[in-house]
Design a protein around this ligand. Structure first.
Ligand code: S3P
Length: 173
């Protein structure tokens, strides 16, 4: 097996809390934080929604993979990913090589409530966002579960509680 890196890699569905918990984890551990959505947005100098609209999802996914490759030499870090990053089989290997993969999840109603607070998710700009979300969740959940070393349900926890739970679970691996 390939050697695993020292990063804490957050994966999971939109609204699971990856970005907020990533910030909290970086504060608690002193590790640098990298967010693939931020890296891709900076590369295009556009928001994620604008990238989808102007260049299409495929170009976004290419840039997402390129961002992961860039991170491969980073060592100890908190890596926050976009919810769809696990869709490309090659990305799964890259993510696992970075370090310990932590799956953040929540019940569907909680996810939808959190996602609905902002209109920044291009994939959910459909006629029935709740149904679209349910379908994406059904397909993706097993992929997240399959590749995660650690799983935390964030439905009823604060960001601090989630971060502490992650660190405790990693210690116990
Ligand atoms: C996506 C999730 C988003 C962002 C893009 C696509 C997805 O990130 O990468 O809108 O396919 O689930 P978050 O998981 O941070 O919302």
């Amino acid at each position: 097996m390939k050697e695993r890196g020292a990063a804490i890699v957050l994966i999971g569905f939109m609204g699971a809390g990856k970005s907020s918990v990533g910030r909290t984890l970086a504060r608690m551990t002193g590790l640098p934080r990298f967010d693939t959505d931020e890296m891709v947005a900076a590369q295009f100098d556009l928001s994620i929604a604008e990238i989808f609209k102007t260049h299409g999802e495929e170009k976004f996914r290419d840039a997402e993979t390129a961002a992961l490759r860039e991170l491969s030499g980073e060592g100890g870090a908190v890596v926050v990913t976009g919810g769809g990053i696990v869709l490309r089989p090659g990305n799964v290997e890259l993510l696992r090589a970075l370090g310990t993969v932590v799956h953040l999840t929540a019940d569907e109603d909680t996810l939808f409530r959190r996602i609905s607070r902002r209109d920044s998710r291009p994939l959910l700009r459909t006629e029935n966002p709740r149904a679209t979300m349910a379908e994406l969740f059904r397909v993706r959940l097993p992929v997240y579960q399959e590749m995660a070393d650690v799983e935390v349900d964030t439905s009823h926890l604060t960001h601090d509680e989630v971060a502490k739970t992650i660190l405790k679970k990693i210690e116990q691996l």
